[in-house]
Design a protein around this ligand. Structure first.
Ligand SMILES: NC(=O)c1ccc[n+]([C@@H]2O[C@H](COP(=O)([O-])OP(=O)(O)OC[C@H]3O[C@@H](n4cnc5c(N)ncnc54)[C@H](O)[C@@H]3O)[C@@H](O)[C@H]2O)c1
Length: 395
């Protein structure tokens, strides 16, 4: 079987997860041959660390390299559409990080700083769905695979849940899913212009992706047709703007949000009338919350991708475990903690890369594809519209 050659765009947090997972792909040789990022310093450092032969500050060099099969898009959200569309037109298969895209005020004057508070959500909803459509359609037209890097679709607990759902033949009546923590490390996440939204889009796209995927899956295994989202009701909030929080001197959660929300709750109703609730926020201390609870007509399945107690540790002081990683977004290593023995594995990163590489090699669709990415964008922006207008939005 031939070697698959990858060009990476971006070399920050997500890129590290991806490059480590490419190394774990079994049965097919994968080589990251080029990387592009915003600064020479960061691309050089990343290339050196991972033995990548060439590095650039302009991703278009990757598109000119005929040897590259896949472009892996790990840049801030506002750049996803441009890099994906250019890559598809250059005949490259695509792996795109979540969210697939959104609305970033691309049609506004440069001087508009706070897109999140300047544009009605009805317009954002329409534009975001158009952006998602453009990516999916360009990939289709150019006959390239579009893999949507929703790792939780591949997380071993979710894979197990899918096998149990299949044998149970039950109806998924209700799902309650959450991704929350104490705030993103990434500077681009503070403004709508770069991130396309706050906690709802940035964190909520994960649980939205999983619950939508699971109902799609139920429909396909039972009737060969995915069950999609029919309507969305939501609320959003800015809890770190509240006077009592602002007054506190010592901040434990990120509080530099500009025009993006730090809290969201979304209710989904599917075409068959069943429900899902998705929570996402940036005000949760104690490490990442990453759960999907599935209530079927004949069983219950609870998936927890973080804070599992397979390993439980105690230390009276935070320095006792030194530099050893425990788990994401933990404020202190003191006291009782639940280190993840293999966090990447638990969240499905190696599994998604295995599927994406196989999909290119075997010329089949990836399990998490552009269509799922589009459904997530639509649900998330319908939620923004619902929260703004105080009504249920029909998709
Ligand atoms: N699946 C996950 O669990 C997960 C986790 C974190 C981030 N993400 C997603 O990954 C993407 C990147 O987020 P991150 O946290 O890695 O951000 P980051 O800030 O850590 O890294 C962003 C990278 O993009 C590069 N970049 C910026 N502008 C560029 C340009 N014009 N051309 C080339 N490179 C450019 C930067 O140099 C940097 O290397 C986001 O879409 C985010 O939603 C996914």
């Amino acid at each position: 079987m031939r070697k698959i050659k990858v060009g990476m765009v971006g070399c920050g947090f997500a890129a590290h997860l991806h490059v480590d997972s490419f190394k774990k792909v079994k049965g097919i040789e994968v080589e990251v041959v080029e990387v592009a990022s915003r600064t020479r310093q960061s691309s050089e450092l990343f290339a050196k660390k991972h033995n990548i032969p060439r590095h650039y500050t302009d991703y278009r060099y990757l598109l000119e390299n005929k040897a590259i099969d896949i472009v892996d898009v790990c840049v801030p959200n506002y750049l996803h559409k441009k890099v994906c569309v250019d890559s598809a037109k250059a005949g490259k298969h695509i792996i795109c990080e979540k969210p697939l895209t959104g609305y970033f005020g691309e049609d506004l004057s440069e001087s508009v700083e706070f897109v999140g508070t300047s544009v009605p959500k009805s317009k954002m909803y329409k534009k975001a769905v158009e952006n998602a459509d453009e990516i999916v359609e360009t990939a289709k037209m150019n006959k390239v695979k579009l893999a949507y890097a929703e790792d939780l679709v591949y997380a071993p607990p979710v894979q197990k849940a899918k096998r149990l759902i299949r044998v149970s033949q039950g109806t998924i009546l209700d799902m309650r899913a959450e991704e929350s923590h104490s705030g993103s490390h990434a500077s681009y996440s503070r403004t709508w212009k770069l991130s396309g939204g706050g906690a709802l889009l940035r964190l909520g796209s994960h649980p939205l992706g999983v619950v939508i995927h699971l109902k799609n899956y139920e429909g396909i295994i039972k009737d060969k047709s995915p069950i999609r989202v029919k309507s969305v009701t939501a609320e959003t909030g800015n809890l770190t703007h509240l006077p009592s929080f602002v007054k506190e001197k010592r901040k434990w959660v990120v509080s530099e949000w500009k025009d993006v929300e730090d809290w969201a709750a979304v209710f989904l109703t599917f075409e068959d009338g069943t429900k899902a609730t998705v929570f996402s926020n940036d005000i949760t201390l104690g490490g990442v919350v990453n759960t999907v609870d599935i209530y079927l007509s004949n069983s219950i399945i609870k998936c927890n991708m973080a804070s599992n107690n397979s390993c439980k540790v105690y230390a009276p002081a935070p320095d006792i475990f030194g530099d050893e990683y425990l788990t994401e977004k933990l404020e202190t290593k003191a006291g009782w903690n639940f280190p993840s023995p293999d966090e990447d594995w638990m969240r499905g990163y190696p599994h998604e890369m295995q599927d994406f590489i196989e999909s290119v090699c075997c010329d089949r669709n990836p399990i998490s594809d552009g269509e799922l990415g589009k459904q997530v964008v639509q649900a998330a922006y319908a939620a923004y519209l619902s929260a703004e207008q105080g009504r249920t939005v029909k998709l």
